[in-house]
Design a protein around this ligand. Structure first.
Ligand SMILES: CC(C)(COP(=O)(O)OP(=O)(O)OC[C@H]1O[C@@H](n2cnc3c(N)ncnc32)[C@H](O)[C@@H]1OP(=O)(O)O)[C@@H](O)C(=O)NCCC(=O)NCCS
Length: 182
């Protein structure tokens, strides 16, 4: 569990299903970070249960909750963990009603802090479509400088192939300047 002044990050629970379904039904989420298996509450509950299972060692995933109200705000996942290379990737989604308040920035910053501290990672990569500028802001503010442009590198949820930005944060980088402590 990760606690900040306003957020609580914990492994997903099946009780997050309705919040997850709302988030995953949003048009931007369906384009930029879809979960195609989720079509109703039952499949959303299964998705949450799968993300709660960290036993494979390949990911660490958290539901992001409002610390006061426990409302579901989003989900962040350190995935594609490669212990040999000491690297991983990070992905994130925020519920449409919670956007524009820095939730993703804070969640990505503290989840990557946790991953450096607990998984002995050296590098975490963050990739987003150039056509998704909100995600670029999240990356830069969460301490992931831009490293380059990947041309026509990924087919997103709308079936279109997009250029992407590659960002990364190294364990040796200075921490991002955001409020993060409880
Ligand atoms: C991208 C996403 C995670 C951002 O979540 P968030 O909690 O709103 O992010 P933050 O509030 O930390 O920062 C977003 C910033 O982008 C800005 N932004 C939002 N839409 C924008 C747009 N279309 N163009 C430019 N900036 C935009 C916001 O205004 C904010 O900047 P500001 O604080 O200067 O106003 C959220 O929009 C989302 O879940 N989108 C769908 C899924 C997705 O794109 N996931 C990431 C895939 S790589």
């Amino acid at each position: 569990m990760i606690v900040t002044a306003r957020l609580l990050l914990r492994p997903p629970m099946v009780t997050d299903a309705s919040g997850a379904l709302e988030m995953l039904s949003d048009a931007d989420t369906r384009t930029w970070n879809p979960a195609r298996s989720v079509v109703d509450l039952d499949s959303a509950a299964r998705w949450c249960a799968e993300l709660a299972d960290w036993s494979g060692g390949d990911h660490a995933s958290w539901s992001v909750l409002d610390r006061q109200t426990q409302a579901f705000l989003g989900l962040v996942s350190v995935h594609s963990i490669n212990p040999t290379q000491a690297d991983a990737e990070i992905g994130y989604r925020v519920s449409p009603t919670a956007r524009g308040r820095g939730i993703a920035t804070e969640a990505v910053a503290v989840a990557s802090d946790w991953a450096f501290d607990n998984l002995s990672l050296v590098r975490i990569e963050l990739v987003h479509a150039v056509a998704n500028p909100a995600s670029c802001k999240v990356a830069l503010r969460a301490g992931f400088p831009l490293e380059g442009l990947l041309r026509q590198s990924f087919v997103y949820g709308d079936g279109q192939r997009y250029d992407e930005h590659l960002h990364a944060r190294l364990v040796t980088d200075p921490p991002p300047f955001i409020a993060r402590s409880a």
